[in-house]
Design a protein around this ligand. Structure first.
Ligand code: ATP
Length: 441
């Protein structure tokens, strides 16, 4: 990661300038804790989600997908404990009127904003977002936006199991929006009030719980290493010492963000807590009948839970770099090159097609149309070739394909690699294979 005090500012500014992420409702002054993903951002977000889904669901026979509603029966949140316990202790500064989470303050008696000692007593603040279902706005019609995507997974356990004819052990995964009325949304998208989670709940016999916990820990770390190229120095495992009363083990995969280490993903051994609670509150027996041995068991759950927005920010934080490159600018030999070293699998543009001259637009356009069926591509014909390379570097495009006046004769193009800036002549016949290998598809 680039060693720079202003790294976060640079990332935020690049995200806005190039259409990755910008504040929601910006023309109205924005709304704290809500972010919109622009053209490149939405491409990259979908690519990360697809990579996770492929890894966790599509390549596994023992994990099924679910797409549940955001609003569930309010009892779901009673059973999960969210309505009674999902709260943070907070304190207000009576002088500057700011509100803080007590667990994030160095000294809860002193305001981190203005230094005042005039703080309120810490109070509980529930993070669930409320709404109403139906025409009457009263307690009876109150509902909640889900605070995590996993609860509907527990609630639908039997429906999914029966429909998919799954036996223990097996998992259910879901990607979707979650909402938390965070007291202090901050650090760009790291702590938002609306965000996307990617969660997988793996149901197994309690006796095998720890084995599966270790298995999923390894799987998830390998995902970061092999698919996203995280090196040993940019992540670490934090083992929880204080566990929830029902939990048997819990770790966080932490990564280095521009503001320091932060939780990216949690892997939790939740015991039989979730299904037991929903059995108790719904009156529906969520035990599993093992027909092979005639035994009825309450499945134990191993959870992997990660925020898509945090994964996005972690990737950006490690990708952002500035180096110097030769320039044709008058009076300068070198210029600062902003480059995102994004993993090719999730880059918003994987291949840019750049004709050296406008006269080559037609043949380059045909090649672009062809490549665009297989890769996320962009066509750019405006400005000098150097400028166009810079534009692509800044959005993390790993490969630029340049057509020149020789292309018609030798049926070949120049492929320029982002990180090394090395250029190679590749035959058009072989181009798709070459790029697929290089990108790792
Ligand atoms: P934190 O301690 O940072 O508040 P948490 O322990 O409450 O997080 P979980 O409830 O375990 O988080 O949620 C699972 C994952 O969802 C987190 O690891 C994180 O990636 C993501 N996540 C949680 N809260 C937010 C948020 N406010 N904004 C963005 N992502 C979030």
């Amino acid at each position: 990661m680039s060693n720079d005090n202003n790294l976060m500012e640079k990332i935020v500014s690049l995200c806005k300038r190039r259409g990755f992420i910008f504040p929601s409702s910006e023309i109205y002054g924005g709304i704290n804790g809500f972010w919109d993903y622009g053209p490149y951002g939405s491409r990259m977000k979908r690519a990360i989600e697809a990579l996770w889904w492929h890894e966790m669901v599509e390549t596994r026979d023992n994990v099924e997908g679910l797409d549940s509603t955001i609003i569930c029966h309010p009892q779901v949140w009673k059973a999960s404990g969210h309505l009674d316990q999902f709260s943070d202790l907070m304190t207000d500064c009576r002088d500057c009127k700011n509100r803080f989470r007590v667990d994030q303050m160095e000294d809860p008696t002193t305001c981190p904003n203005c230094g005042s000692k005039n703080m309120t007593e810490p109070r509980e603040f529930n993070l669930m977002m409320k709404t109403f279902v139906g025409p009457v706005f009263d307690d009876e019609h109150t509902a909640y936006l889900r605070a995590e995507t996993c609860q509907p997974i527990f609630v639908d356990f039997h429906s999914v199991r029966i429909a998919a004819r799954q036996k223990l052990p097996f998992g259910i995964a879901q990607v979707g929006k979650a909402f938390r009325n965070e007291i202090n949304p901050r650090n760009f998208t790291f702590r938002s009030r609306e965000f996307t989670q990617m969660e997988m709940e793996f149901f197994c016999d309690d006796a095998e719980g720890m084995e599966w916990f270790e298995y999923w820990k390894t799987q998830r770390v390998n995902f970061y290493k092999n698919k996203l190229g995280f090196t040993e120095d940019c992540y670490r495992i934090y083992e929880h010492e204080k566990l929830a009363h029902y939990a048997k083990a819990a770790i966080d995969i932490e990564v280095q963000f521009p503001f320091g280490w932060g939780e990216l993903e949690g892997i939790h051994h939740r015991g039989t807590w979730d299904l037991s609670r929903h059995s108790e509150f719904s009156g529906e027996d969520l035990q599993y009948m093992d027909h092979d041995n005639g035994r009825k068991v309450m499945p134990t759950v191993i959870e992997t839970s990660v925020g898509l927005d945090r994964m996005f920010l972690a990737i950006l934080s490690h990708a952002y770099d500035e180096d110097t490159a030769a320039t044709a600018k008058e009076g300068m030999e070198e210029d600062v090159r902003v480059v995102l070293h994004l993993p090719a699998l999730v880059a918003p543009v994987q291949v840019a097609v750049l004709p050296l001259s406008k006269k080559l637009s037609e043949s380059a356009g045909n090649l672009y149309a062809d490549l665009n069926r297989h890769f996320r591509c962009e066509f750019d014909v405006t400005g000098s070739i150097g400028k166009r390379y810079r534009r692509q570097d800044e959005i993390g495009t790993p490969y630029c394909v340049t057509l020149d006046f020789d292309t018609e004769n030798d049926k070949a193009v120049t492929v320029r690699e982002r990180d090394s800036m090395a250029q190679e002549r590749i035959g058009i016949d072989n181009l798709r294979n070459y790029l697929e290998d290089a990108i790792g598809i």
